[in-house]
Design a protein around this ligand. Sequence first.
Ligand SMILES: Cc1cc2nc3c(=O)[nH]c(=O)nc-3n(C[C@H](O)[C@H](O)[C@H](O)COP(=O)(O)O)c2cc1C
Length: 202
Amino acid sequence: MSDLRQAEYPVLPFIVSRWSRRAMLPEPVANDELMSLFEAARWAPSSYNCQPWRFIFAHRGSPQWDTMFGLLDELNRQWCINAGVLMILVSRTRYEYNGKQDRSCALNAGAAWENLALQGTSMGLAVRGMQDFDYERARTEFGIPSLYDVQMMIAVGRPGNRESLPERLQGRETPTQRKPVSEIAFENGLPEDYDSAGSMAD
Ligand SMILES: Cc1cc2nc3c(=O)[nH]c(=O)nc-3n(C[C@H](O)[C@H](O)[C@H](O)COP(=O)(O)O)c2cc1C
């Protein structure tokens, strides 16, 4: 477990030690390694076992990587430049078995993403999710059908030194903290007049 992160209650250590690095070495990630990440994603739970997640990925050096990189906002570009692989995670919005809307398709894709992130971390890779990119252009550039929602992008690479990051990101290259359990779990219902004010910024 990281010195910087303390669990309040006993928990599997790798859950706490995963964190999203931005600093990456400009080195490739092998396809075999990547397949282990997708293998982990594959075993995520989903409603009716519908497995709505689909990962579109590109290795640095390919034209598709350039296209994906071009979807990112300016800040994400600053650190993703060294990522070995970029991905777009999309999820099928309707069940394959009956065509009905899957209200939990984003949630299911999120479970797959976390599996992937935990697996990558266990293999010594840097894995960070992203939402600051052009969702609509992701759809058009990669021909994503309307049946699929674009959920997030993911950068995977080899961990690098924080000094390699632009100065404004160096201070943020550290594990984040979390709300206490008492602020996220409520026995028998939410407190009266509950609102969600006071959430932590990144
Ligand atoms: C769906 C999603 C979108 C995110 N978008 C971005 C992003 O655009 N840029 C970025 O640098 N980090 C992004 N992050 C990383 C979060 O800021 C990070 O996961 C959060 O601060 C918790 O830190 P940790 O992952 O190190 O525990 C995103 C994470 C998720 C899960």
